[in-house]
Design a protein around this ligand. Structure first.
Ligand code: WT7
Length: 630
């Protein structure tokens, strides 16, 4: 790939090999985008026609601001498209899922085997009295049964609410009660760094005051020391599916029937139960998986996310399986038993598409290139990133060390609420480090001021989406008021809550959450920008920045910095870092204080919780910290 400097773009950019564009599903981005703009409904209709509908929809979209309905009248089942269709269409013996445990154990499911297992678990759930519309909470480690349980719910029309396994009892209890789950599916333990971590014990505590729960299904993994099954409420996973049929007809779901609820933290208050529906979510995730990752029949696709997050829902489970892809899943941590484990997996399984988070990339940067360099990564052809801004330094490292300067990087911006990827640089298009890219065909993304007017290139503003899209959230479970807020904050737009800036070529750089904005002496400064500047110094592994109230300036900037192992803290280094920010970002963005730290408070999805840092700094209550890791 060529490295170029372009006057129009005014940034350094990378041009992928032309073969990527020639061979992609998308072809020319601009042409695809124009096709969409000319006839948005026709565009989505063509995508939806690639999937199976029991009864065809009569309308592609009905839009009554701020409520959208997609593929109305259509009847389908997402598992039919993920399983039956692939089994029938020549992928019966294709590998659907390769799972690898921390100790190296492998379990492999072909499409036929996965299909069979899903139907058995679906029949098991039916035995417990679960019917269409009932909510089932899934609190499981990253094992095949986690995916199978999700699909089993969808098979019978039950609404799953997956809770990430790292959440504690109180967070779990509020999510179970929020969704009024009838059944909870869990496991005895997960394995982490060679130790077993209990799950069932957390559930036992979490269901004490959860009146909706009738059964807890327990997957027992520790066969030497099986946990006790308390028969009043609990059911053994294997017992449940022992004598059931391998066939379970898919429930006929209306497009607009709910498929799942997924809780996500709001900037204030209780977590929000984001509701996604069957038809639109299916079309949106299928479409983006196909076009953004450009998945082909022989790809080996690995998204490292836990299905407990939206990334796992959309890009471990539903999108890739609807595409009939081979997916990889691992329960292990990226640096155990040593930091080469991921790269050995890429080599062993011949991974071609890797989708991960900037926080993981920066961790590997810190640990050193020698680990990936030991492995043969030549099968990789496309790299992806999601969850937070991929700062230019992390981009360059990912591009050079992992992609060997020949893999396009798709930095995908989206949210739990959007269900699918929204902004990225499509494979084959020029990539600009630090910029996610443009709206994918089907999505109208813009950067605007408070009134909803587009801001000039180079001026910061609010990232918004202008028109409804198929996989948008339909409501916040039992709190529609909070749903309407997304559409009522900025006139005519869906306000995503992020700050962004566009360049002259229309590429969008996401700066971070609007609530992470620091106003210093009347100037808006995005924490992400300052952090990115700090991280671009060779001594810095990771940085987090907060605003501290100041009588003179309104706020001053305080930075918390983790150094690379090759450097140690000193006053001299602090001065160097200040100088570096001054030169790269300008004096206005210079921190007033720098503190060297060993770790930063993060959510389990890897986002730095600046709020927690700030509360600690100011001696205040940090508020809800249920999403804090460890
Ligand atoms: C928020 C949504 C989307 C799945 C994982 C997170 C941030 C996400 C990017 C990106 C910059 C990003 C935004 C967004 N974000 N992807 N590529 N570049 N920021 O889902 O927990 O719902 O968080 O994550 O701030 O609003 P989520």
């Amino acid at each position: 790939m060529a490295e170029k400097f372009d006057v129009k773009l005014s940034e350094k950019y990378y041009m992928p090999d032309p073969s990527y564009k020639q061979n992609s599903w998308l072809g020319d981005y601009q042409k695809a985008y124009n096709d969409f703009l000319k006839d948005p409904d026709g565009f989505w209709d063509r995508v939806a026609q690639e999937l199976h509908w029991f009864t065809p929809y009569t309308k592609v979209k009905e839009w009554n601001y701020p409520y959208a309905r997609w593929f109305t009248g259509g009847k389908t089942n997402i598992t039919y498209n993920c399983l039956d269709r692939n089994v029938a269409n020549g992928r019966r013996n294709k590998v659907a899922l390769i799972w690898r445990g921390e100790d190296g154990t492998e379990r492999i499911y072909t499409y036929r085997q996965l299909y069979r297992e899903v139907q058995r678990v679906a029949n098991g759930l039916k035995k417990l009295g679960v019917t269409k519309g009932d909510r089932v909470c899934i609190y499981m480690p990253m094992v095949p049964e986690q995916i199978i349980s999700m699909l089993a719910c969808a098979r019978i029309g039950a609404v799953h609410s997956v809770v990430f396994g790292g959440f504690g009892a109180a967070a779990l209890n509020s999510r179970i009660n929020g969704a009024e789950a009838k059944v909870v599916i869990t496991a005895d333990v997960t394995y982490r760094r060679g130790k077993s971590i209990p799950y069932k014990r957390v559930i036992e505590e979490a269901i004490i005051n959860a009146p909706s729960v009738e059964y807890v299904v327990v997957l027992r993994r520790e066969l030497d020391q099986p946990v006790e099954i308390h028969s009043e409420m609990e059911v053994d996973f294997y017992d449940l599916i022992k004598d059931v049929s391998q066939e379970c007809e898919p429930a006929v779901m209306d497009s607009e029937d709910p498929l799942f609820i997924l809780y996500t933290s709001g900037s204030t208050g209780a977590p929000k139960g984001i509701v996604h529906t069957c038809g639109g979510y299916m079309v949106g995730t299928y479409y983006t998986t196909k076009y953004v990752f450009d998945i082909k029949e022989n790809d080996v696709y690995w998204c490292t996310a836990d299905p407990g997050w939206i990334t796992g829902h959309s890009y471990v489970v539903y999108g890739p399986l609807a595409m009939g892809a081979t997916i990889i899943m691992t329960e292990g941590t990226p640096d155990f038993p040593d930091p080469s484990i991921w790269w050995r997996m890429v080599e062993e399984f011949g991974v071609t598409i890797l989708y991960t988070a900037p926080t993981a990339i920066r961790m590997f940067m810190k640990l050193g290139e020698e680990w990936p360099n030991k492995c043969n990564l030549s099968t990789l052809r496309i790299l992806g990133s999601v969850g937070e801004p991929l700062n230019p330094e992390a981009f360059e490292w990912y591009y050079r060390v992992i992609g060997k300067k020949s893999c396009p990087i798709v930095d995908t911006w989206w949210q739990t609420e959007t269900g699918m990827q929204m902004v990225t640089t499509m494979v084959g298009e020029p990539m600009i480090p630090g910029f996610a890219g443009k709206g994918i065909p089907g999505v109208i993304a813009d950067v605007v001021n408070k009134e909803g007017k587009p801001v000039k290139p180079g001026t910061g503003g609010f990232l918004v989406i202008r028109e409804p899209w198929p996989s948008m959230l339909r409501t916040v479970y039992k709190d529609d008021e909070r749903y309407r807020k997304y559409w009522n904050t900025i006139p005519g737009c869906y306000a995503v809550g992020d700050l962004a800036v566009k360049n002259a070529a229309g590429y969008i750089m996401v700066l971070g959450r609007a609530d992470d904005l620091i106003v210093v002496a009347g100037h808006n400064i995005g924490t992400a920008e300052v952090e990115s500047a700090l991280v671009s110094h060779q001594a810095v592994a990771e940085a987090a920045v907060i605003g501290k109230p100041d009588a003179m300036k309104g706020n001053i900037i305080k930075a918390f910095v983790i150094l690379r192992l090759t450097h140690s803290p000193s006053d001299r280094l602090k001065k160097e870092l200040l100088y570096h920010v001054r030169i790269t970002l300008g004096p206005i963005a210079m921190p007033s204080e720098i503190e060297f730290v060993q770790s930063l408070p993060k959510t389990r999805s890897g986002k730095i919780m600046r709020r927690v840092l700030k509360a600690k700094e100011l001696g205040m209550d940090p508020g809800d910290i249920s999403t804090l890791e460890e």
